[in-house]
Ligand binder design. Structure first.
Ligand SMILES: [Zn+2]
Length: 303
């Protein structure tokens, strides 16, 4: 889709951008009351690292992800293929996911940075798989899923390895209003905000990424719970972009612990960031600098 078509097919909402099947006249595309606002100018203004991206087992992926990233000027995407909820998470399964990521990285080496997934129930195989994937250019780990809670002792050897590597551990967070009622898709071993706090306090040198504040979670509770753990970062990805998520995270976590991410909801992810009340400096940090600083610790930063 070229820029002209993107503008025609895109409209601006209170919380973000969404794509419409209808063509919208140019005069109706700007938010009311600000005739000077040029949304594509704003989109282009910021370098971006998508800290939460995936590739899929379809013929169209990863081309679709790159197409979105091109349109929204996303420089780099931290990609993974998470295992399915309720799967056994066998070594065969996680290797298959990681092979897809490796293949995608080879297709778009300048755009994708791959992250491996493992299941620490299979301790030896997981550590071997991490070595295999990192040797082939992956960085970090995750999005880890729900076979084992992040604070289970089975994770300790992996976390200790990542402390030495100076790389971040990206863990899924429970979909649903976690203190009240978990989404029925979530297995019992899902990691809750208090599980992140438990492991972050045990390993203050490790870095954790609490996934998708916009994923349909109790983001207020999450931010309040992890507030005092400086080694837990959040990404603001997801398709549930309630207003004020980013401002709330900013208030509780500060401007250095928040990453931009889409989790495949690309328009929402970028629109969410543009509509948040942030200074220009804060927007630059969240879109790019904060995650690049994490990559810098292991020498894998951009530029
Ligand atoms: Zn997730």
């Amino acid at each position: 889709m070229n820029r002209r078509k993107f503008i025609k097919n895109t409209t601006y909402s209170g919380t973000g951008l969404f794509i419409s099947n209808q063509l919208i006249p140019v005069s109706e595309q700007k938010p009311k009351g600000d005739e000077s606002y040029d949304i594509m100018k704003e989109v282009k203004k910021y370098r971006k690292i998508d800290a939460h991206a995936h590739v899929y087992f379809t013929d169209e992926s990863p081309g679709i992800q790159i197409d979105f990233a091109d349109r929204l000027h996303i420089d780099k995407l931290m990609i993974s293929r998470a295992m399915a909820p309720h799967s056994k998470g066998t070594p065969e399964e996680f290797k298959k996911c990681n092979d897809l990521v490796l293949k995608s990285m080879n297709q778009y080496p300048d755009r994708f940075i791959g992250m491996p997934v493992v299941n620490p129930v299979y301790a030896k195989e997981s550590l071997e798989e991490i070595d295999r994937c990192l040797d082939l250019g992956m960085v970090g780990i995750g999005e880890l899923y729900n076979h084992i809670k992040i604070n289970d002792p089975l994770y300790y050897p992996i976390i200790e390895k990542y402390i030495d590597l100076k790389m971040i551990i990206h863990m899924h967070s429970a979909i649903g209003y976690s203190r009240v009622k978990l989404n029925s898709r979530e297995p019992k071993n899902i990691s809750l905000p208090e599980d992140f706090v438990d492991i972050a306090m045990r390993y203050p040198e490790a870095m954790f990424q609490f996934a998708h504040l916009g994923g349909g979670i109790d983001w207020e509770y999450a931010c309040k719970t992890i507030q005092n753990c400086p080694n837990i970062y959040v990404d603001v990805s997801g398709s549930n972009n309630e207003s004020k998520i980013i401002e709330f995270a900013l208030e509780y976590l500060g401007e250095d612990r928040i990453f931009f991410g889409c989790d495949n909801s690309f328009y929402q992810g970028v629109g969410h960031m543009l509509s948040a009340k942030l200074t220009d400096k804060q927007r630059r940090k969240i879109f790019f600098d904060n995650y690049n600083n994490i990559l810098k610790k292991s020498g894998n930063h951009v530029d």
